[in-house]
Write a protein that binds this ligand. Sequence first.
Ligand SMILES: Nc1ncnc2c1ncn2[C@@H]1O[C@H](COP(=O)(O)OP(=O)(O)OP(=O)(O)O)[C@@H](O)[C@H]1O
Ligand SMILES: [Mg+2]
Length: 217
Amino acid sequence: MTDILNIKEAWKTYKMGSEEINALQGVNFNVEKGGFLAVMGPSGSGKSTLLHLAGILDLPTKGEVSIGGENVSKLSGKKQAHLRRTQIGFVFQRFNLLNQLTALENVMLPMMKPDKEKAREILDRVGLKGKYDRLPTQLSGGEEQRVAIARALANDPLLILADEPTGELDTTNSKMIMELLGDLNQEGMTIIIVTHDPMAAEFAQKTVQMRDGKIYE
Ligand SMILES: Nc1ncnc2c1ncn2[C@@H]1O[C@H](COP(=O)(O)OP(=O)(O)OP(=O)(O)O)[C@@H](O)[C@H]1O
Ligand SMILES: [Mg+2]
């Protein structure tokens, strides 16, 4: 099967003055098309750093990150940005919606070609039919996260990356968000989530553990 994401011997070293922090220490990781992976592990073990490399928000210090077969370090900055914008959908713990924009406008924001009809369809898909014109402050936390998931789907990405998507939600809303991600996966979307919550990880096909910048399966 095709790998959507392939990470080979990746290192990420942050320099803080004279100190070096090896956030990733030779990570090997691949995700097949249609996969749904949960990454767990203690605080500081490198989970977010891994997700940043997977989403081309950052580049490895050493090693390789390939998305859809393209080694991202070999691409120009412009091509990296294009790949990120068209192929990756991000979902964050704190939703990161723009508060002065409606649900519909938030979903249209990353679109290469703004398409109201499509944005409405995606909002319908995530269970927000009729709530197009609500501002984030007029939605519940669970609904805000649905808008964030709809925004992540706006450009029909190859891959959804979610960093603690249920971290700010109560149990009921967490379950609903994980069910939604599970349904999207059933429809063929490839998904990686980082989570501290074993209940959330249950929804994934597979869980890997991170410890000290390395992955254990
Ligand atoms: N921009 C940065 N500059 C310097 N050090 C960083 C930076 N980002 C992360 N780190 C360090 O890299 C290590 C891994 O951080 P990372 O954010 O990936 O952990 P995490 O597993 O996501 O933790 P958490 O569960 O708390 O979110 C930590 O030691 C962190 O302090
Ligand atoms: Mg983190």
